[in-house]
Design a protein around this ligand. Structure first.
Ligand code: 13P
Ligand code: SF4
Length: 365
């Protein structure tokens, strides 16, 4: 048995196709010992090896249910953390490239959120009146913060339900890191815009007055996804002008204006379902990551459906793209050799509290 891990140098210059063949060979050797979970934004040459594909909510649920020894997560860092938190202690969560992060998740960190909580307490008692809600796109210590402060996690497919849960307990919500998901979900609940204020973590008191904080129902963290920022209402207007019968579907990480102009708004899993369930011949404009859109377009083409990407420029999630066939082959060959590379382990004290917040979400959704 191998004593030191096989170096990535042996894989760096492999052609995609050769790496793909090695992935297939190692998967056959590992059998049910490894499960490959894959987010919808993964490139197709990774996606095709997946045992399970899904959005963040589906993958979180399934991470805890697999019997496999190794959970190989083809997604981004926070997803592999969730898999570690929700899986059994003897299971190992692996992220094939540790550089696969999420730029939105990085827009909030524990120091800033704790400072926000302290500053809020100069105006009100947050532990009595504010439910902290973190989007699943966040580090484990922020989920732990929510667990410790009566809060909860949400995903793009359950955010309105999670807001209901939160408001049933406390009068206000602090929602981080994605302002757009928070705003859209609040709007769907009928919360007026003036009661949804932005907390800028770089400014004292988030750039708000005590009066604004007292009047707010939702305090939205100033975070966003750089991929979904690329979509705008002008792209929708041009599509509608050219194809008056066309339909538009967007991810709730898009701006409010884009969501409001869309026929449907939903998570990656719902976008796929909505397009697949639509009538043959429908034309769709889709506002989410390009890998998903291109794959969906190819899958529904035979029904005469046309699926178009919303932006004029390419906007892939560059961090999701870091999981490539070379890194996956390297990870799996090490497992075959008895070595674990790129294990994701959340420290026990954090994992315990983060699990509280995640389980509240799974129960509520
Ligand atoms: P989903 O929950 O829809 O999979 O979205 C995750 C994500 O990162 C979208 O940018
Ligand atoms: Fe993060 Fe945006 Fe990539 Fe999703 S698409 S993982 S929110 S950077």
């Amino acid at each position: 048995m191998q004593t030191v891990p096989i170096s990535f140098d042996h894989f760096n210059s492999l052609a995609d196709r050769a790496a793909g063949e090695r992935i297939e060979a190692t998967r056959a050797q590992l059998g049910k010992r490894a499960v490959l979970l894959c987010h919808h934004y993964q490139r197709t040459d990774i996606h095709r090896h997946a045992d399970i594909t899904g959005d963040s909510l589906k993958l979180s649920r399934l991470a805890g249910q697999s019997d496999a020894e190794y959970i190989v997560f083809c997604g981004v860092h926070f997803m592999a953390e969730v898999a570690d938190i929700l899986s059994r202690p003897d299971q190992i969560s692996i992220l094939p490239d540790l550089a696969a992060g999420c730029s939105m998740a990085d827009m909030a960190n524990l120091a800033k959120v704790e400072r926000c909580w302290r500053e809020l307490s100069s105006v009100l008692n947050p532990d009595e009146s504010v439910t902290p809600v973190t989007y699943i796109n966040s580090a484990a210590d922020l989920k732990a913060f929510c667990g410790a402060h009566g809060g909860i996690v949400c995903t793009s497919s359950n955010a309105p339900k999670i807001l209901d849960w939160s408001f049933a307990r406390r009068k206000k919500v602090l929602f981080f890191p994605d302002q757009h998901l928070g705003r859209w979900s609040g709007y769907k609940m009928g919360i007026p815009f003036e009661q949804m204020v932005i907390w800028n973590p770089d400014l004292e008191l988030g750039g708000l007055t005590p009066e604004q904080i007292r009047n707010a129902k939702i305090i939205l963290w100033h975070g966003y996804c750089s991929v979904h920022q690329m979509f705008n209402p002008g792209q929708i207007a041009r599509f509608r002008e050219k194809y008056p019968d066309g339909k538009v579907v967007s991810h709730p990480e898009c701006s409010f204006e884009v969501c409001a102009q869309s026929d449907a708004v939903g998570s990656t899993e719902s976008i796929i379902r909505i397009v697949k369930e639509s009538a043959p011949g429908t034309r769709w404009l889709v506002g989410t990551e390009l890998n998903l859109v291109e794959r969906l377009a190819a899958e529904v083409k035979h029904e005469g459906k046309i699926v178009q990407f919303m932006a004029d420029t390419i906007c892939m999630c560059s961090t999701m793209q870091r999981i490539d066939p070379q890194h996956l082959a390297w990870t799996l060959e090490n497992l075959v050799a008895g070595k674990v590379v790129n294990r994701i382990t959340v420290p026990a004290h954090e994992a315990k509290l983060a699990k509280v917040a995640l389980e509240r979400m799974l129960d509520a959704s």
